[in-house]
Design a protein around this ligand. Structure first.
Ligand code: PNS
Length: 188
């Protein structure tokens, strides 16, 4: 019964697209940028949800700011790539320089950002406003982080790791392993 309704919905969407002439339209590509030092379960929540909204999602790992990064750019890209293997329309790339330039080069029109709490707002608002000034044709779309991850950030995860706290559920398992290795190596 439920499946029939879903099928009807899909057929309806197809009809709407055909009527509006959208059937032959280009795929909608979105870019989700960040430093991902390292990727957390909160990032994964946003990636999984955004991948369901767009034809293609590019996770863009930034080279900046790297001053206090635990992981090199290559390590961060690799961890994101491995964590997103199950999502067929998600690819992972690194970028340097202006985000809007990268977005344009990829033929994308949308930047995805996650919003956790009011504390994120000022910084995110400023970045979205500047990106809009630089590239008015690109929209920033904010997804509210799912509640279980509202308190989560890469920095707090690194603090827990360095104090040998339990990382289960905070980051993908492969990332937890990498964090533990870093701490055990005495590098953090
Ligand atoms: O994970 P973060 O630290 O919130 O990511 C910040 C990031 C990488 C999205 C931001 O620093 C960025 O967009 N850097 C690229 C440089 C740029 O375009 N700056 C002008 C935008 S205001």
């Amino acid at each position: 019964m439920k499946r029939d309704k879903v099928k009807k919905g899909e057929e309806h969407l197809k009809e709407v697209k055909e009527k509006s002439g959208e059937a032959g339209k280009k795929a909608m590509i979105a870019v989700y940028p960040g430093t991902f030092d390292p990727i957390t379960s909160g990032h994964m929540d946003i990636i999984e949800r955004a991948s369901g909204l767009f034809d293609e999602l590019i996770v863009a790992v930034s080279t900046h700011p790297e001053k206090n990064a635990w992981f090199t750019l290559q390590e961060r890209v690799e961890m994101v790539r491995q964590s997103c293997q199950h999502l067929k329309n998600v690819s992972v790339q690194s970028f340097q320089g202006l985000l809007v330039q990268f977005v344009r080069e990829k033929g994308a029109r949308v930047i995805i950002k996650g919003l956790r709490a009011v504390s994120d707002f000022d910084y995110e608002f400023q970045m979205a406003a500047m990106n809009r000034k630089l590239a008015p044709e690109i929209e920033t779309i904010f997804l509210m982080t799912s509640l279980p991850y509202a308190y989560l950030s890469s920095s707090i995860v690194k603090e827990v790791a360095s104090l040998r706290g339990c990382l289960r559920g905070l980051v993908p398992d492969l990332v937890a392993q990498r964090l533990i290795e870093k701490v055990n190596e005495g590098r953090r």
